[in-house]
Structure formats: C-alpha cells, structure tokens
Design a protein around this ligand. Structure first.
Ligand code: HEC
Length: 152
C-alpha cells in the first residue's frame, strides 16, 4: 500500500514537473542509502586526485578533468536526502546538528560546491599545481563538514 502510494506520488510529481517534492516521499532508510552511496562515490572520485596531490599517483590531467566533472555532479546530489524524516534511522552517522544548525550544514555544502568549481576550472586549464591545491581545498571542505555533522 505504502509502496503503491509512493510510486503514484512520484509519477504525479514528475508529471507535474515538480520532481523535487517526490524526494520527501522516499522512505527514510532509502534516503540514507542514497546519500551514503553518493558520498561513497565522491570518495571514489576524489581518491585518484588525492593520490596525484600527494605524488603517490603520477599526474594525469585527463583523469583530473574527468573526476572533477564527476565531483561536480555528485556534490549536488546528497543534500535533498538529508530530510528530518531520516533523523532516527539506525544505519546513519548523520548528527542531529544537521537539523539544529541547518544554516551551518548548508554553508558547508556551499563550501564544497565552490571548491569543486575551482577544481574544475583548474583541471580544464591543465595547470597541475592549481589542480593539486584545489584538490586540497575540496578535501578540506569534505573534512570540515564531517567533523561537525558526521558521527565518528
Ligand atoms: C555538508 C556536509 C558534507 C560534505 C561537504 C561532505 N560530506 Fe561526506 N558525509 C556527510 C554526512 C553527514 C555523512 C553521513 C551520512 C549518513 O551516514 O547518513 C557523510 C558520509 C560520508 C562517507 C561514508 C558513506 C557511507 O557509506 O557511510 C564518505 C565516504 C564521505 N562522506 C565522503 C565525502 C567526500 C569524499 C566528500 C568531499 C568530496 C564529502 N563526503 C563531503 C556530510 C558531508
């Protein structure tokens, strides 16, 4: 019954051109899985960039351009699944501060988005030193949000 309502809701919402409202109807445990999946993929695509930054992987600008572009898409995806409905879920490390300090959480999202934007610009310009320092800024943005909003 619930499933039926859910898919009917999504179809109706998409049909009406307001797909975003459908997110609120996705089961909380599924939202947790979705955001963790996006986070995992961000980890996957920042990985080689961090390797290049540290010098453990040879610099490859094509990889930098591709991974930066993937991060540009991924870094927009997790946020609409941090609904308050997911607060009590057992399988999440999301801290309550996400909802009590929503402005701070949003600020950290914006920080990531802007760091990823700079990374994309650096990769497109093919400037290795800039790509490396921009990677460091992206990593800082990941970590500062985790420090404040993710359980250890
Ligand atoms: C604005 C806050 C924020 C930013 C920025 C952020 N994360 Fe996260 N991340 C979280 C939260 C909160 C969780 C816990 C999600 C949960 O368990 O529901 C998380 C979880 C994770 C996880 C664990 C996923 C799992 O399966 O449990 C990884 C890996 C991760 N983030 C990587 C990254 C990387 C890499 C970046 C930067 C490119 C990043 N995150 C940026 C908030 C953030």
């Amino acid at each position: 019954m619930r499933k039926k309502l859910l898919s009917a809701g999504i179809v109706a919402a998409v049909g009406a051109g307001v797909a975003l409202t459908a997110v609120a109807q996705v089961r909380p445990d599924v939202q947790v899985k979705q955001r963790q999946a996006v986070m995992t993929l961000q980890g996957k695509y920042i990985g080689p960039l961090v390797g290049m930054m540290k010098g453990s992987v040879p610099y490859n600008n094509d990889v930098a351009v591709r991974n930066a572009a993937f991060l540009d898409a991924l870094s927009q995806m997790p946020w609409d699944t941090f609904s308050e409905a997911t607060k009590g879920e057992s399988n999440t490390k999301a801290l309550p501060a996400i909802w009590t300090n929503a402005a701070g959480f949003k600020k950290d999202q914006d920080q990531l988005r802007s760091a990823v934007g700079a990374l994309n610009a650096a990769a497109k310009s093919g400037n290795e030193a800039n790509v490396k320092s921009a990677t460091g800024e992206v990593l800082k943005a990941c970590n500062s949000c985790h420090d404040e909003f993710r359980a250890k």
